[in-house]
Design a protein around this ligand. Sequence first.
Ligand SMILES: [Zn+2]
Length: 364
Amino acid sequence: MEHPTHDFFFSIFAFLLGAAVGSFLNVCIYRWPVDLSINRPRRSFCPACKQPIPWYQNLPLVSWLVLGGRCANCDTRISFRYFAVELVTALFFLAIWQRFPWPVAIAYWIFVSFLIIGTFIDFEHLIIPDRVTIGGMIAGVACSVIVPALMETDSRVAAGIRAGLAAALGYVILWIVLEAGKIAFGRKRVQFDSPTAFTWTKRGDDADFVVGTEESLWSEYFARENDRLLLQCDEVTIDRHEYGSVTLAFRYDRVDVDGRVLMLDDVTHISGITRQLVIPREAMGRGDLKFLAAIGAFLGWRAVLFSLFAGSLLGSIIGLITLVVGKPVWSAKLPFGPYLAFGAVVWMFFGEVVLHWYGTLLGR
Ligand SMILES: [Zn+2]
């Protein structure tokens, strides 16, 4: 290397910049899902006591360690996530800086920032806000026009078109998977080992649905008007009317009991014993389609295919591990965004290796 000292200082700078950006990403992760503005209030505040945090207690990485992960004012634990996001961002900024020429590196800094926000919000809320996905698409096309090397071309026009097409591919291909998945795995059958008590209790516009020890909200099960939830019961009581062994066929707003339709608006309480439950299952949220589109806009069409493949593979492996290790929770929904982000990061760093290996495999 010609200027080892310069290299060293630039690397330190990349790491510190990453930590500072990570601190900002934490703000986005906390505020975007609840739709608070980034700038008001201007300074960060403690999520528990709402006390504004002075700048010297808000230094990336350092403050969390010095304060032992607690708020200096009210001593409430501050989530490890804040530290983790800063550290992960810092390490990505450093690794990207060392691996890519600087114009590409800066574009990838922007890209991983979107990936990190999307991943952490999806883990916590099971959604990826449009600001992340649509914002990422726009940023990806813009970066490709400014740095055409992202799309492996010298022409800004060609780069913009390729980025746009890759984004469209990401959206469409995952849409097809989603629609096909609905046909193949559109429903999930839950068979209970022993007869299990359940209750359905009206609460405002929604209802609490409790089966055995699992509690959930009624609205979580229905994405479309014609989604059906089936509950096979040994006995059931609907607002003091007792029924024997029946299958309740629910829509979001009504229940069919042996051909008799009751509107749920008029029902306040249902309880009984069930053996089997069939729930409509939305395999993925719409946010995932746009998230994969954003990945395409930054990394190109091959990355779309790879991220989908690698993400599904990792998702299946982790799904199997949780099946074996954990207590099965049938009502649990799984985020898909983090797996797509994983595939995108692997492609960003090792895409050429993957392509080369694949080429060898084909004998070229
Ligand atoms: Zn506090």
